[in-house]
Structure formats: structure tokens, C-alpha cells
Design a protein around this ligand. Sequence first.
Ligand code: NAD
Length: 480
Amino acid sequence: MTDILNYINGGWVAPIGRKFFDNVDPARGEVYSRVPDSDERDVAAAVQAAQVAFPAWSAMPVQQRANLLLKVADLIDRDLELLSRAESQDQGKPVKLARVMDIPRASANLRFFATGIIHFSSEAHATDNEAINYTLRTPVGVVGCISPWNLPLYLFTWKIAPALAAGCTVVAKPSELTPMTAYLFSKLCAEAGLPPGVLNIVHGMGSRAGQAIVENPDIAAISFTGGTVTGKKIAATAAPMFKKLSLELGGKNPNLVFADCDFEMAVKTSVAAAFTNQGEICLCGSRIFVERPLFDRFAAEFVRQTQEMVVGDPMSNQTRLGALVSEGHLEKVLSYIELARQEGGKILTGGKRVKLATHPNGFFVEPTVITGLSHTCRTNQEEIFGPVVTLVPFDSEEDAVEMANSTPYGLAATVWTENLKRAHRVAGQIKSGIVWVNCWLLRDLRTPFGGMKQSGVGREGGWEALRFFTEAKNVCIKLK
Ligand code: NAD
């Protein structure tokens, strides 16, 4: 049984309180490693190391800093198979998905920001003939990066890479449910020669280790991805301390299918958008609105393709849906299916837990398609974050937009239509941080990423992330 350790000041240490908790393999329902139950003392040690490391790291020539991050990226690629298997075992996702998405994206994050920082520049403004203004951008200092369990290494590096590239030093905490690849990542950082204290990883519970990061007065900024309820709590703690905050929160994303769409592509991609990673992606399209003339045909084909998907051993290459991340999450998802029934929903397919002969205690759920519900019911308003989607018919473009915008969330949306004017019209009216037209999860790391309403505050990605991790200072020089 592996004991995961904190990574502080370039070394691996047990938590000061010597307490660990169990880490469960969700496909087997068995404990397979232990996680440090860190508290504010461990966070304080990590912050101190980060403070000591900050002057040299922020002053290091940018190309040298970039080279170190590129080296880490190369090591991730070298360990693709090991990391993919570790991610799959820890999270429950198909290893095949980790191999093509999670782990390659982790190295891409590092490469993207390592090269991005070299091109990062600031503005100058000539003020008539009076003065010249320029903007200095300096790293904010020690920052906290807190990430969720659904895309563990992918989202961990999405925050750490721009922070380090910008010259900040970092205290990071992965989710307590999926700490393994962050632990393996710490070893790669050390192998690449990242100086001690530049990146510190403290493992533990959100309410203890996470809260201690947010409360620590020497952490200047917090980049958080996770649930909206947690985001609210973090904002309440951080705001009176005037910390910079970037919050990437939950979603309940609409997928609008117009009758004039490319039918084959719309169904196939909507199925992927619904169930990739067991529906545990914040960007999954979970509310599918279909124009009424197409509704029955779309529903029939959607259900047919859903039933073809194999729920199975995450380590098998045939598997499309692995296990949900934890028993608690499995219960939450099943309770939402029950709620949908109570609200009058009709289950077209799925709806039950899956007991695999090889993995009788795993947390597997059938991909589930529900119809017959109003867009205002709880099932269609609250984030389920599992393999559960609803199909709802609509009669006009206005109805579709209104239903799409009718939740407190505003993270992502997809629109399927071959009508160019409609595509632009609808994209302009949807209140979300991303609108995909005739595609899903097509990501360009230069684009601003984030949510409106209760899906978040601020944007990450591209220059936005580098701006977040730096402070802008205006210098004004009088010319006369
Ligand atoms: P979560 O909010 O429970 O936990 C996220 C992280 O915050 C974990 O590391 C956790 O330990 C930590 N945490 C919990 N309480 C804390 C506190 N009081 N102070 C500081 N840290 C604390 O979220 P989760 O269940 O791990 O992830 C699922 C959620 O994340 C979903 O709502 C999903 O939509 C969202 N998500 C959003 C995005 C995005 O980019 N917007 C991406 C992925 C996931």
C-alpha cells in the first residue's frame, strides 16, 4: 500500500500530525493507498518554503524558467502510460481516455505556458506629448492552487503551469479523492530540477488543508476549480483578506439541437458530450434541448448509441464509461435519478447501478437518458455531474434560448444548426463562458476559459491566466 506524501521544499514528508486517510480505487471499491490528512501546520511549512523560493524563482531569466517547465512536460510524456494507469485507478476513468486526454493535456498545459511566458508582453501608452505610460507585470508572489477530482492532473497543471511560468511560487492541493498523479508529478518536478520550494503540494481534506491554504495570510492569490458551494465558501474567506481570486465552478450545460442540424454529427457528439468521463466533466452537456420536429428521431438514435457504450473495467480498451469517483458520488447520482422519477421523468435507458462480475464493489452506473421533465424542475436545474442527461423538446429559437439560460449556471453551451445567422444569433444570447457551435470540447488553450453567473468569477487560459498570476503596475513618466 502506497503512502502518498506531501512535497514541501523539494522533499517528501508525512503530515506533521502523522494522520493519513484511505484512498479508494473506485472500480474495485477497495482501499489501495493512504493520503496525508494535512492541516494548517503543513500548509504553513509549504508557504514558508514558497516564500523563501520566491525571490530567486521570480528573478530567474524567463527562458531558464520556461526550460525547466518544458523538461517537466517531457517527463510527463515519457511516463504517459504510468500516469494514465495511475489516473484511471485513482479516478475510475477509462485508461484509454487518460491516455489520449488527461495526461497529454497535462504536458500540453506546461508547454503552452512555458512558451507563452516568453511572448507575454505589456502595453505602453503615449499620452499626447505629455507623458509615456507603461505597464509592469510582476508575479503576485506565493499563490494557492486548488483543484477537483474529475480531471486530476489535467486541471492541477492547468493552474500550476501559468503560476510557475509567471514567476509565482505555489502551494497546491489536489482533490483528496484523486491525489495520486499529483504525487507522481512531484517526483517529475524534482527530476526535472525544479528548485526546492517553487512548487509545494499539500494533500488533504478541503475543509482542513484547503481551508488553511485559503486562510493563510501569506498567500496572495487563489486559483480554485471545484463546486459552486465550495467556491462561495472560498470567496467568503478570501474576500476580506483582499486576495486575488479565480473561481472555476459548476455547470448545468445546455445543448441546443435545431432541426436543421447535421443529424449524424449532432447525435454522435451529443452522446460524447453527455457521457465522456462518466459525465464527470464540468463542460458536459447535460440538458439536451431538441427542436420538436426532430425530437423523436433524435431521442431514438441518442438512446441507441447510448446503449452501445460499454460500462466496464477502466483498464480495458473497450470501456467507454468507467467507475464514478467515489461511493458518495455514486449515491448522489443515483439519488438524482430517483428524484427525476419522482418529478415525473421517464427513463428511456439506464437508471441503475452496474455490478460487474469482475468488479462487484465498483461504483458503476448505467448511462441514463431521461425525458418528460420540465426545464424548471430540480433535475434540470441542479448539477448532477454524472452520466445522466435529460431530453427536452422546444418549439422556437426564443424558447430554446430561454430554457438554456434558465439555470443559475453559465459555464458552457453547444448549438447545433446549419443556419449561420441562427448560430451567431443564439451564441450571442446564451449566457455562458463558452458556446460551441457544431462541436464540443474543441479547446484552444489561448481562449479565455471560465463561467458566468454561479459558474465562476474570472477567466483562465491564455493571457488571462498569466494576467491573473501577475500584478499590473502603471509607470507614468512626464516628458517635459
Ligand atoms: P469540491 O468543491 O468539492 O472540491 C474541489 C477542491 O476544493 C478539492 O481539492 C477540495 O478538497 C477543495 N476544497 C473543499 N472545500 C474547501 C474549502 N473549504 N477550502 C478550500 N478548498 C476546499 O469539488 P469536486 O467535487 O472536487 O469537483 C466537482 C466540481 O468541480 C463540480 O461542481 C464541477 O462542475 C466543478 N468543476 C468545474 C470546472 C470548471 O472549469 N469550471 C472544472 C472541473 C470541475
